[in-house]
Design a protein around this ligand. Structure first.
Ligand SMILES: [Zn+2]
Length: 173
């Protein structure tokens, strides 16, 4: 965590007091995220405003980061900008989570109520990253290949190119 940021908080207490938590966390400190990134320099900036909206005790805010992922088509670096709005609702059970109105995502709290701010921020970043990251251009190439294969006009002849490598009339004596 950045200097001066509370690591573990009681979110319900924060909501009652209308507190705001904001700051930046180094990308390199996010262990679950680290495997998915090519570069771990830079940081995640975030802001969470805790409060009550009707029956919801929650937090609204935003997480922002620029991460470098690996394109799953060309294996090159893929710069990916994340700017995600966050709306969390703190609940004590799955039943309460089901009743949470849009757009709140449930965060189920145990007793004692603790929230690790860095973990929440990392969760939001993980939710923002595509499961199969690809450059836009690589995505298009992939879809064309799929479409060509699907209409039956393109036959797959994996050894077709090999034929040209050998003189066709060679006989071994
Ligand atoms: Zn690519």
């Amino acid at each position: 965590m950045s200097k001066g940021l509370p690591d573990i908080i009681d979110p319900v207490d924060f909501a009652e007091k209308g507190r705001v938590v904001s700051g930046a966390i180094p990308l390199g400190a996010m262990e679950r995220l680290r495997d998915q990134m090519v570069a771990t320099s830079g940081e995640v900036r975030f802001r969470l405003e805790f409060g009550k909206e009707g029956v919801v005790v929650g937090a609204r805010g935003r997480v922002e980061a620029e991460v470098v992922l690996q394109c799953q088509s060309c294996l090159g670096d893929l710069a990916y900008a994340i700017d995600r709005e966050v709306a969390l609702g703190f609940v004590g059970s799955i039943e309460q989570a089901d009743r949470l109105p849009e757009p709140f995502e449930p965060v189920i709290l145990d007793e004692p109520r603790v929230l690790r701010v860095a973990e929440i921020v990392e969760d939001e970043i993980l939710l923002s990253i595509p499961q199969v990251p690809r450059h836009e251009v690589c995505e298009t190439v992939g879809q064309e290949a799929v479409a060509a294969g699907a209409d039956g006009n393109v036959r797959r002849r994996p050894f077709a190119d090999l034929a040209g490598l050998f003189p066709s009339n060679t006989k071994q004596n």
